[in-house]
Design a protein around this ligand. Structure first.
Ligand code: BG6
Length: 494
């Protein structure tokens, strides 16, 4: 059945009043790239009671916001001018700095008409505390005429202490059921499909454990560099930017036990157990289990590109990693002894996010001595691009020969369902509006992931080893290959 927010609930008229999304930091990049297009899409699909209030410091006014939104949404495929004009009329703007009580009073007046509210924190994280406190003090954290929820963008903290502090602050003013910590990877169709693949089919689960799985590789590689986000990125690095959130979500969905049902908490109960079972990396083992890299200057697609240290906002002696590779173990019954290799980096050869599950070889090597090209069966879940699933299978080459080679059994979303997959932000915003937190991160998940990450960051800080340089357009630094080679394995080709 087609996805239809109207039918699913939000368009129903038994709920009175508008559905208002208040975006703090509406003048920022995320609003332009993701939030406004997603809200416009929801509006066109039937969430007609939608109102959007932008809250920011700049002197834009509602007309200014509408004009900018018009420019952003102009090129929306399949949207008519009338739809766009109608949507623009739903936009309002509150000009205020985040610490001015006056701004929140103006906001409160705008919200007088009642209905459901969703606050979206899309500012730099140093503003979160002020905004949350001001919302609470203005009494905007609850409403008698509808639901009130708050979406918190990443980064959610920068270590365990700051994440805990943010959780405590949120809990002062909002109930956990009102809090939506976003991780846009969970909004991707292919990520949601991991659970369905595992638990909606009978053939995978029996093999999905240490008895049959040799190892797992999770890759999130990007072509882009830090692209004008040097300031943010330099205080973050690949471990905080990608592993603590997106990659740990991929890891936990791939390895969790089946939940008892599909309720948000049942699923998150299982995911958090995985995060708690990741074996910490001891200080003395850092170089065996982790590798850091930084992209060098050079050529990318034939064009000269700056190295990370030459990027704007980056200190010339920065030790921030733009690439990270890890070898992890999950100390639980199902995965005991199975290595999980994770890598993520910027300015690499290709943009690709995938999970590759490599199964053990057959118990008796009837063929492999004679056929060195035989490979382990590998199930590859392609998160993006070329979304789909591939299983490699060794096959006899037809004819008077006993030669074999691996072939792919392939499923591609594009050819099976057409090219239209739902934008992650559209799905996630919709879920927050209807109160489904399944695809959002719970308090204990965030804290469990920071527990592991913080310890690793502290180790790196004390360590003498520095990030290794790697060439733009390569597959990362030498230490990543060494980490695998030490186990007699290789990364999948980028
Ligand atoms: C963001 C990171 O969360 O995810 C970015 O901050 C990164 O640095 C982006 O580029 C990758 O997302 P996607 O959806 O393009 O894989």
């Amino acid at each position: 059945m087609d996805y239809n927010p109207f039918r699913e609930g939000l368009g129903h008229s038994h709920r009175s009043g508008p559905v208002t999304v208040v975006i703090f930091g509406v003048t920022g990049d995320l609003t332009r790239r993701k939030l406004l297009p997603a809200l416009f899409a929801l509006y066109r699909k039937g969430v007609s009671r939608l109102k959007v209030v932008g809250f920011a410091r700049r002197d834009w006014g509602s007309d200014g916001l509408r004009q900018r939104a018009d420019e952003i949404l102009h090129a929306t495929p399949d949207a008519t001018d009338e739809q766009r004009a109608a949507f623009l009329q739903q936009l309002e703007y509150v000009q205020s700095s985040f610490d001015q009580a006056e701004g929140y009073r103006t906001l409160s007046e705008l919200l007088q008409s009642g209905g459901d509210r969703l606050y979206y924190l899309s500012t730099p994280p140093q503003n979160y505390e002020t905004i949350i406190t001001q919302l609470g003090q203005a009494g905007l954290n609850n409403s008698s005429s509808g639901t009130v929820r708050i979406v918190v963008e990443k980064p959610f903290g920068r270590d365990l202490d700051s994440a805990r502090a943010l959780n405590r602050l949120l809990a002062q003013f909002f109930g956990e059921e009102q809090i939506y910590r976003i991780d846009h990877y969970l909004g991707k169709e292919t990520v949601q499909n991991i659970m369905l693949l595992r638990f909606g089919n009978g053939i995978f689960e029996p093999l999905w454990n240490h008895r049959y799985v040799d190892h797992v590789q999770i890759t999130v590689a990007e072509r882009l560099g830090v692209e004008g986000r040097g300031n943010y990125y330099n205080a973050s690095g690949a471990l905080r930017d990608m592993v603590q959130n997106h990659m740990f979500q991929l890891l936990s969905l791939t390895t969790m036990e089946p939940p008892i049902d599909l309720n948000a908490d049942s699923i998150r109960d299982e995911k958090v157990k995985i995060l708690r079972s990741i074996r910490p990396i001891a200080f003395g083992d850092l170089d065996t289990y982790s590798c850091r890299g930084q992209y060098d200057s050079g050529y990318y697609d034939g064009e000269p590109v700056p190295g990370y240290l030459q990027e704007e906002g980056v200190a010339p002696d920065s030790q921030t990693e733009t690439f990270v590779a890890l070898k992890l173990f999950l100390d639980n019954w199902r995965w005991s002894g199975v290595p999980f290799y994770l890598r993520s980096g910027k300015r690499l050869r290709r943009k690709v996010s995938e999970i590759a599950i490599s199964f053990r070889s057959p118990p008796l090597e009837l063929y492999s001595n004679r056929h060195p090209s035989m490979t382990r069966n590998t199930l590859i879940i392609r998160i993006q691009p070329e979304e789909g699933i591939t299983l490699t299978v060794n096959t006899k080459i037809p004819g008077h020969t006993t030669d074999m080679r691996p072939v792919n059994v392939d499923f591609a979303y594009g050819s099976a369902f057409g090219e239209t997959t739902l934008e992650a932000y559209e799905r996630l915003l919709f879920d927050a509006l209807v109160g489904d937190s399944t695809l959002y991160t719970r308090r204990d998940e965030i804290e469990a992931s920071w527990q592991f990450i913080t310890r690793l960051l502290e180790g790196w800080q004390r360590s003498e080893t520095q990030p290794q340089l790697y060439e733009p357009g390569s597959s990362g630094p030498q230490c990543a290959r060494d980490l695998m080679a030490a186990d007699g394995r290789r990364w999948r080709k980028l």
